[in-house]
Design a protein around this ligand. Sequence first.
Ligand code: SF4
Length: 453
Amino acid sequence: MPKVFFKTFGCQMNERDSEQVAQMFVERGFTVTPQADDADVVLMNTCSVRDQAEQKALGSMRHLGKHRKKNPNIVYGMMGCMAQSRGDQLLEEVPHLDLVAGTQKYHRVVDHCVDLMKAKEEAQMDDLRRPIIDVDEEEDSQNTIRDHVAKEHGVTEFVSIMQGCNMKCTFCIVPYTRGPERARPIAEIVDECKRLGDQGVREVTLLGQIVNLYGRHEFPKVDGKSPFVQLLEAVHELDDIKRIRFTSPHPIGYKEDVIEAFTYLPKLVDHVHFPMQSGSDRILKAMHRPYKAQRFIDICDRMKEARPGIAISTDIIVGFPGETEEDYLETRKAVEHVQFDQAFIFRYSKRKDTPAAEMEGQLSERVKEERNQDLLQLVNDIVQRKNSELIGTTQEVLCEGPSRYNKETLTGRTSTNRIVIFDGDAERMAGQLFKVKITESTGYTLYGDPVLQ
Ligand code: SF4
């Protein structure tokens, strides 16, 4: 039985795309191996969001090339964002590459690899060096990310509901690597969630680059509700799905119907990951984020009214070109106002081929680092205070199974997306919702005791 090895860099969408490709290989008689040294096909799913991720992927693929000594017919492929943005240039960086497959070509990867394996066996490939480059746009490719690996599922799974993004934020490479927005039909997404529910999944995370703008070009509003809210309602109907998460929404499109949904759809969790990026109107404009900081803050306030106790996490970039001390202080002020429950803070770094990389006013690494550290400290203080306030309270937790770091203990998440570690029997508790009394907090992780019911 041939074997395929995967290495995935980047976001949850990449994880999900890799899983789809893995399932296609399994359907064709392959097994997925965790070791590259016994693989017949080595595939890397790549990320272009930061230069560091690209360099890591290139280094790793060069290193994996050593397995050709043992198996000269091994097939090497790179897929995803970097494959899309660099195309055949990747062959200059990694000469042993056999396949470069773009973000709209995941469903073609297995066919390409089987053809390449055959060609190598017949010794055509090494003689002729004809790698396959497949990076063109393909209509309906968003509908091909729909199958999950036929394994025992976890309790929680990702579901891609759309691909691409039309927003063109000036720091972001995604619109160039993932193409324009394309949504899957509601019925197909619901069907996928139902199949997952039948297999024991209890929580789904709906994925899209701008998830709340789902279907705006394809599907009409119904009773004033956006296609995204229609989708939330439809998934909510599924008995086996107990929790619904989504990531990441954009302030544009975070309209009243989305906020309202939190008042009548109890399976929507008490958490939203809501990227702010900056608290300065001037910088938001330079980022091509078409909203004012106050609008972002108002949405957060409205969400807290609609769902008291909701946790809000965010992404923030510090040190964007032209960011003055005053701009940075605006961001700080917004963080203090919203009191985020978690924040992913990034020092701005240039992405090749994005407008921001060419902007004047690039800041020194020292200034970026100072702002980064200052904001991290502020956010950590908020998170630690909020988490320590939970000591002594009882929280509902969805048990995900043994903890990654200590298999003797179990891990789960609160509806607000806080990780809780506790003792218990994995077989009996995984996939169950139950109450845990919080006894300790170490910054971002909570510890507790299950409450017997
Ligand atoms: S909304 Fe902006 S940051 Fe998000 S994927 Fe689209 S262009 Fe990138």
